[in-house]
Design a protein around this ligand. Sequence first.
Ligand SMILES: Nc1ncnc2c1ncn2[C@@H]1O[C@H](COP(=O)(O)OP(=O)(O)OP(=O)(O)O)[C@@H](O)[C@H]1O
Length: 255
Amino acid sequence: MEVVGLTAGYGRTRVLDAVRLTVEPGGWLAVIGPNGSGKSTLLRSILGFHPHRGQVRVDGVPTTGMPRRERARTMAYAPQTPVLPDGVTTRDYVTLGRTPHRPLLAAPRGVDRQIVGDVMERLGLTPMAERPLATLSGGEQQRAVLGRSLAQQPRVLLLDEPTAALDLGHAQQVLDLVDRLRRQDGLTVISTLHDLTLAGQYADRLALLSEGRVVAEGSPAEVLTTQALHTHYGARAEVVHGPSGPAVLPVRSSD
Ligand SMILES: Nc1ncnc2c1ncn2[C@@H]1O[C@H](COP(=O)(O)OP(=O)(O)OP(=O)(O)O)[C@@H](O)[C@H]1O
């Protein structure tokens, strides 16, 4: 996937300024940056949900002008704060991810049910499959949202803060699953992640966004530096390099 010269904003306020990114097939790019730096706006622009200038290409093909169903088979999105429909079960909700793969208004086929069952099993959602979505905990709902996007079997998966409502064990379970899918199936992943240690462990490249510009891009060890965390987050932190990648340790003020 290539993003070239992506510029976007709200009204007269520019939020993204000529953003340029490239992600190899099967690559995982984590977009990091302080609150309000434009991460969600970037994902929504890439998906074509937010007006922007510039170009987004998948396998060299511009996504602008792609028919909606083709675009939905190309890119799937798990938003940070999804709007969840009332009165649907978890299974029905995950099954919505199959919509771009089956004829309009057709009932789910055996293959759709099998893919949905498989995704729910891998995300630990099977025990709550027949429960109304509204009765799930925040973390369970977040996994259901990810399940829907995985059932879509896209080539590019865009995840906005996929671990925000998850405890550490479930966060690792979800990130491990995404990691397996990219290694086995060549799924390309672009995610935002506030947890910089998890970002450094799972993504193979990081892009640091600050005030709408990519100010650093490279391997986790290249991007996660004490200086960058100080300059762009105003944070005091040490970066420790371990076997799973860099870990970010906040340093308490001595005052
Ligand atoms: N609907 C909107 N109308 C006006 N301004 C908006 C709107 N949505 C976002 N913004 C502004 O655009 C900027 C970027 O927001 P965005 O949500 O993309 O940032 P972010 O990096 O995802 O932030 P966070 O880490 O807090 O989720 C912020 O200053 C925000 O206030």
